[in-house]
Design a protein around this ligand. Structure first.
Ligand code: SF4
Length: 387
């Protein structure tokens, strides 16, 4: 179920078939980090057994022209959000209230409808899905030599709320219609593979296309609770000191299974010459308790990560369900952290494709062009609390 309780599942597979089979369209597909940990479960495989390389092959068999990795734009989100965090810290904007992560549309909707007075505390950075869409119809189209109006951008997401996110105001910043044209959940993708009688268990692996197929371990852990914050802190540390921290320096914000005395986890780090207090919550009931504590000034944090689904996107509402309601988010999260541990690059700022994007097109994080394409005005639309 959608964790926001607001959205009914809808099936968009027919739209996907139509786009993938249309010779006049160039289909670019992105695969979200959390999908790779869970998609094989839909075919009876153990969590994490099916690889993302096999999933790339499935998408090629289904007719995708290009298959890319949302991990690329998760790294890009880190560059933008980490820079924004430092700017707001240095401007004194976080002295009394925190900056909230903004990559989870279920959480953004919840905050704007239930606590609208805190809307300004959200990071303005768009989610990785939307950053991918904006870059796909600008820099990538230019790189591929493709007319951006012919590009049809499809996301494979663990999330039902992402279907609504792509339709929000300001999610068309590339100037070629919606930046993301269609969102397919992990479950919908599994239905498509099954309908095509693909032998997914034995399908050979295939590599992502370039350049938006490059991602780091920091981008992969976006799919687990605490991962967005950990990835952002790794790069924020580099941006302030010019040196990398240990990749695991901020692992305290991960959910390692220990019981927290609070409905959220908290940790304190030194950053930019000051103490930065961090909090991480997943699940909207926990988020509500954290927001009430912030409002009552019982706690104070500079940086807060909230994901609507328990365990983060790994436990997303579009992921496979096994009929026993067994909670798999923690297992999937472990798969993502293991992928990070084994990744050749573990810092978003070291992603060569992200570096090329800034060098060739965006200039630097939070530049004028980056603001236009990759950030949004949360006051541009309102959420009705009753919806
Ligand atoms: Fe979607 Fe992830 Fe948020 Fe769940 S936690 S609503 S899957 S973005």
């Amino acid at each position: 179920h959608c964790p926001t309780g607001a959205l009914r599942e809808r099936d968009d597979t027919q739209k996907a078939y139509a786009a993938l089979g249309d010779p006049d369209r160039v289909t670019i597909v992105q695969i979200a980090p959390a999908v790779r940990a869970a998609w094989g479960e839909a075919f009876g495989m153990p969590t994490g057994k099916a690889t993302v390389g096999q999933l790339v092959s499935v998408l090629r068999k289904l007719g995708a022209d290009y298959v890319f990795d949302t991990t690329f734009s998760a790294d890009l989100t880190i560059m933008e959000e980490g820079t924004e965090l430092l700017q707001r810290l240095q401007a004194g904007d976080l002295d009394n209230q925190p900056m909230f992560t903004s990559c989870c549309p279920g959480w953004v909707r919840f905050l704007k409808s239930q606590f609208p007075e805190m809307t300004g505390r959200l990071s303005t950075a768009k989610s990785p899905q939307q950053m991918f869409g904006a870059v796909g119809k600008t820099w990538l189209a230019h790189n591929l030599g493709v007319d951006a109006d012919k590009i049809y951008s499809i996301s494979i997401m663990p999330c039902i709320a992402k279907k609504a996110e792509r339709e929000l105001p300001s999610m068309d910043s590339a100037g070629h219609g919606s930046d993301v044209d269609l969102v397919i959940t992990t479950r919908e993708l599994a239905r498509m593979a099954r309908a095509e009688h693909l032998d997914v268990e034995n399908i050979a692996e295939s590599a992502f296309d370039s350049p938006l197929g490059d991602g780091t371990g920091a981008g992969v852990i976006f799919g687990a609770t605490g991962g967005v914050m950990e990835a952002a802190l790794r790069s924020a540390y580099f941006l302030t000191t010019g040196e990398n921290p240990s990749p695991d320096a901020f692992r305290e914000v991960r959910d390692d299974g220990t019981i927290s005395p609070l409905p959220w986890r908290e940790a304190t780090f030194e950053l930019a010459g000051r103490t930065v207090r961090c909090a991480v919550a997943s699940g909207l009931g926990n988020a509500r308790q954290l927001l009430h504590s912030l409002q009552r000034r019982e706690v104070h944090y500079e940086f807060v990560e909230i994901m609507a689904c328990p365990g983060g996107c790994a436990g997303g509402g579009g992921q496979p369900v096994d009929g026993t309601d067994r909670e798999k988010a923690a297992d999937r999260g472990k798969v993502l952290f293991r992928l990070d541990q084994n990744a050749p690059l573990r810092f978003s700022h070291e992603n060569p494709a992200v570096q090329a994007l800034y060098r060739e097109y965006l200039d630097e994080p939070c530049s004028h062009r980056a603001e236009e394409l990759l950030h949004c005005d949360h006051f541009a639309w309102q959420m009705d609390a009753a919806r």
